[in-house]
Design a protein around this ligand. Sequence first.
Ligand SMILES: [Zn+2]
Length: 307
Amino acid sequence: MFTIEQVAQGVWAAVVTPGSGAVGNASIIDLGDFTVIVDTFSLPEAAKGLRMQAEQLTAKPVKYIINTHYHGDHHYGNQEFADCIIISTEQTREVLTSNAPPELKVWLESLQKQITALQEDWEVAAEQRLKEDLGYEIAEKEALLKAAPGIRRVTAGVTFQDTMDIHGSARSIQLLTYGGGHTCSDAMVYIADVQVLIAGDLGLNQSHPAMLHGFPEAWAGILERIGQDIDFKVLIPGHGGVAGPECLQEMLSYLKAIQSYAAAAVQSGTSADDWLAGGIPAPFHEWTFSHVFSWNFRWLYNQYSRN
Ligand SMILES: [Zn+2]
């Protein structure tokens, strides 16, 4: 469901296989006397494998789990680490504790409905890229549907507001948040000694980001601030392969471009359907999760239409 890639001494990215059901990337950090894991995938079964890999790679116990944000593809695997200390921002915990998980029956029905809608889109998709991405999304949702009865929500036992440091015998790492961009609260993990930044879904590698729970302008501001404040060479993104700092610039240009596409379409009186019929503009037409582009575009289009 994922492949392990060493990105620096004692730091590994667990990059998910598209369509496997794991969905969001995870990371493993060796702090010397214990191990920290960032995000736990969308499936407990994948998280079980992650834990085994982490214990083999570092030969140390997993002590802390960090959840970057409240989306399920980053914490549904938490239950495999119930004996560890789980950490998130205060606000991420607040979202997950104040909104109870849906009743199983309701959740299963909603997943089934989403799968049916995706299959309908898949049937009529003409472009190869779109058809492939919809196929992956259907497979991810089907894997979640199968796993859902066994998933129980495990939320953070420790929270932080702005930053928190974790000190091991060999290195220290910093957890930090610049507020909400992709969601109402997005955390990152910075490993200063090897200049690695784990960005959660604030930074994706050539993947269309899910924007519908986000705040595009604040998000762009966060990416600019990361570029100014954080000295990193390697970026482990929430989705897509391991990248460098240029990846955040690409994400920033995406957020700015899609907002201007939607604003221009509204202003010119072009319908969302007509605009989307022109396809995804370059260079974003090559990005994965291509089906998400029209969701993002319509979301912005509807907002701008109301104003
Ligand atoms: Zn997310």
